[in-house]
Write a protein that binds this ligand. Structure first.
Ligand SMILES: [Zn+2]
Length: 155
């Protein structure tokens, strides 16, 4: 009976050790968030990918990362993106919570990359105004002047 209990305790200890293996610390997570924020503040394909990872970890309802865009990251930044994703899970903290001035920084990122919001993602150039947003100088009624609209037919 005692051996069964000891075996059970050892098995549990092994499970816990396995679960802890490779766990991202809050410090590692914060360092990766800071590095990706700097990249996301650039108007580059890598910045776009970094922004998607950060914003998806920040608010997954509003922003969803396109995983193929991660191919735009060099190896080092790709690994940072993976640390951010794992850090989000392992710490249970949103990325803005682990860096100084995180709320302000992420609100700015959200504004800079608002065209990646799920409500904007599927839009294409408006067919009514040919993406100009205006017809005869007046805002296009279909796209409300944005020049972009959801397609009427799924392609
Ligand atoms: Zn239009």
């Amino acid at each position: 009976m005692q051996n069964d209990a000891q075996d059970g305790a050892k098995a549990l200890a092994r499970l816990v050790a396995e679960e802890e293996k490779g766990r991202v610390s809050r410090e590692e997570y914060a360092a990766a968030v800071i590095a990706l924020v700097q990249l996301a503040q650039t108007s580059t394909s890598g910045g776009r990918a970094a922004a998607q990872v950060l914003l998806s970890c920040y608010n997954g309802y509003d922003f969803q990362a396109d995983l193929t865009d991660l191919n735009n990251l060099d190896r080092g930044n790709f690994e940072l993106a993976i640390v951010v994703i794992r850090g989000r899970r392992d710490t249970g903290c949103e990325p803005h919570q682990v860096i100084k001035n995180g709320s302000d920084i992420f609100l700015e990122l959200r504004k800079d990359w608002i065209h990646l919001h799920v409500a904007e993602r599927g839009k294409v150039p408006c067919r009514t105004c040919d993406g100009e947003g205006k017809i005869d100088g007046k805002p296009c009624s279909r796209c409300e002047g944005s020049g972009r609209a959801h397609p009427t037919v799924i392609r």
